[in-house]
Ligand binder design. Structure first.
Ligand code: PBG
Length: 325
């Protein structure tokens, strides 16, 4: 036997030297849920260990993450029903607690990367990402609403906007709007290949944002498709996206790889709520070892080509690194 692959596995040191990928805290983005009010910290039942936080708790949470070495966060608002309407007007209202929070977070932590969500669903009385008329989700009529939302977030100081709505043409539309208003340096992390997935359940519980009628299949991608993701990526890339995202991640590793191979900008993988919840459930049952299964799960996305990973396990991974140092 001339070739013995096991020689490169004989010690921890040589395994470290031979590793093909790595996972650093700079690769991770931690999703956080914001709720209006004070002194609120309510656990999301279907996503144990994750909470809806009011601003003072949220600032404390970011502080503890920054101390661990995490520097990127994506923020989602849990909006009361009374603020929801057909056209998501609260999303760009000066009274919006989410916009106020963005300002406060960036004032306290100017060096972190803060990413927003741009879509109508948290603010829409229909629970859809776009404007609903006669049971249809209107594309072009949704774009000006999204751009008002994105502009308000840019004004509040967001670093990257995150359009998660899957309307056609929205990246170019939002890029133009940001540029026309002087926000050249506000970036776009585009939800490029976002699938109509069953794995968003816990997230919709967290925000109470499930569609009131129907599903999201007329705008989110069909889970049976992968080549179509290249078309979506081509559009987002050409329209000025700074990052291309694949969502969910674990069930779409082939799509992550395809985008990584074809496009010269970073690929983000969103390890979504349901994907995290199923691992947590197995671990809480004693069926899997969390500290081993969690990093292995994240490595799979790095191996597939994800430059950055949005995951509810970001803080757990940071804590694990600290423990094993
Ligand atoms: C909303 C949005 C969703 C997620 C992120 N932004 C849900 C949806 O499209 O219904 C899901 C994230 C997760 O499940 O962790 N536009």
């Amino acid at each position: 036997m001339q070739i013995r692959p096991r020689r490169r596995r004989t010690s921890a040191a040589i395994r470290e030297m031979s590793k093909e990928t790595s996972l650093d805290l700079s690769n991770l983005i931690y999703p956080l849920f914001l709720v209006d009010g004070t002194n609120i910290k309510s656990e999301i039942a279907s996503l144990p260990g994750n909470f809806r936080l009011s601003i003072e708790h949220l600032l404390r949470e970011i502080d503890s993450c920054v101390k661990l070495g995490l520097h990127s966060f994506i923020l989602f608002p849990s909006v009361e029903e009374k603020h929801k309407d057909k056209t998501a007007t609260y999303s760009y209202s000066s009274k919006n607690f989410y916009l106020r929070a963005i300002k406060e977070i960036k004032k306290r932590f100017p060096h972190i990367i803060l990413i927003s969500d741009v879509a109508m669903d948290p603010y829409s009385s229909d629970g859809h990402d776009g404007l609903v008329k006669n049971g249809k989700i209107l594309n072009d009529e949704t774009l000006p609403i999204l751009s008002k939302m994105a502009l308000a977030q840019a004004e509040a100081g967001i670093d990257l906007i995150g359009p998660s709505d899957m309307m056609d043409g929205r990246i170019g539309f939002l890029r133009d709007e940001l540029d026309d208003n002087g926000f050249h340096d506000t970036g776009i992390m585009a939800y490029t290949a976002k699938y109509a997935s069953a794995f968003y359940g816990p997230f919709r519980d967290a925000l109470n944002s499930a569609p009131k009628l129907g599903d999201k299949k007329s705008y989110q991608m069909d889970p049976r498709n992968s080549r179509e993701a290249l078309l979506e990526a081509d559009l987002d890339f050409t329209e000025g996206a700074d990052f291309l995202m694949v969502k969910p991640a674990l069930h779409y590793l082939d799509v992550i790889k395809a985008l990584k191979d074809e496009f010269p900008i970073p690929v983000a993988a969103y390890h979504v709520s349901g994907e995290c919840a199923m691992l947590t459930a197995a671990c809480n049952n004693g069926w899997l070892d969390f500290n081993k299964a969690m990093p292995e799960t994240l490595y799979s996305m790095r191996r597939a080509g994800a430059d950055v990973i949005l995951t509810y396990f970001a803080k757990d991974y940071a804590l694990l690194l600290q423990k094993t140092k």
